[in-house]
Design a protein. Structure first.
Length: 56
């Protein structure tokens, strides 16, 4: 299970980018080798959530 830390902000170049990549990396190591479309959708969703968190 992946848990988003919605109240911890990070300093980064673009909103949510490093947090999204960190979550994506953890997801990759847990899932093995998912299909490209699933990877793309997962990464997009995580980036959107991290951007939303940073704007709050």
């Amino acid at each position: 299970m992946i848990c988003l830390q919605l109240f911890t902000k990070e300093i980064e170049a673009s909103p949510g980018e490093s947090a999204a990549l960190s979550l994506y990396s953890r997801h990759q190591s847990n899932q093995g080798s998912p299909s490209i479309s699933n990877e793309t959708q997962f990464l997009y969703t995580v980036r959107q959530l991290c951007t939303w968190r940073d704007l709050m």
